[in-house]
Write a protein that binds this ligand. Structure first.
Ligand code: ZN
Length: 172
């Protein structure tokens, strides 16, 4: 088994569409910054990459590269998933916490849950989506995401891994 953790934050900006977890949410502001600013998918990408010690999102998709401006963050998750599969793992489950003042995530959480599950090729029951408001943090203009993932080794990979060779004990 492998565990991964990812964290991300973005600032709200007027006139930008809001995307969270690969879902468009109705709101007067969106998240600015790298790509489409999907804070949840960025944290998920880092969690997946971290679980297989394959670097971080910035290493694959540098924010300085204009190519990724306004890009769909689904591309980042797909690349991270490719690295996970290459290492011989599949996703067992994902848990996440979003921290943002607005909009309310509750009415959209099942949509986000289904979309993230679809992206990862798992069931919604394997994806936890939780949201909180940033009480006492003075962060009303930002969205933060924390994501933890658990990976398990695939059956194919398990079979290909040879058992450790026992060294014969030297006689004294
Ligand atoms: Zn980000």
């Amino acid at each position: 088994m492998r565990i991964g953790f990812g964290w991300d934050s973005h600032e709200f900006k007027a006139g930008v569409p809001l995307r969270i977890g690969g879902v468009s949410l109705p709101h007067d502001k969106g998240l600015s910054g790298h790509s489409d600013g999907d804070v949840l998918l960025h944290a998920l990408t880092d969690a997946l990459l971290g679980a297989v010690a394959a670097g971080d999102i910035g290493g694959y998709f540098p924010p300085s590269d204009p190519k990724w401006k306004g890009a769909d963050s689904v591309i980042f998750v797909k690349e991270a998933l490719k690295q996970v599969r290459r290492a011989g793992y599949i996703v067992a489950n994902v848990d996440s916490t979003l921290i943002l003042a607005e909009p309310k995530i509750g009415p959209h959480s099942s949509n986000i849950q289904e979309r993230v599950a679809e992206l990862l090729g798992i069931t919604p029951g394997q994806v936890g989506i939780k949201a909180k408001t940033p009480e006492g943090l003075n962060l009303d203009n930002a969205a933060i995401a924390h994501v933890a993932v658990l990976l398990v080794v695939t059956e194919k990979e398990k079979k290909s891994r040879k058992p450790p060779i026992k060294k014969p004990r030297k006689k004294k």
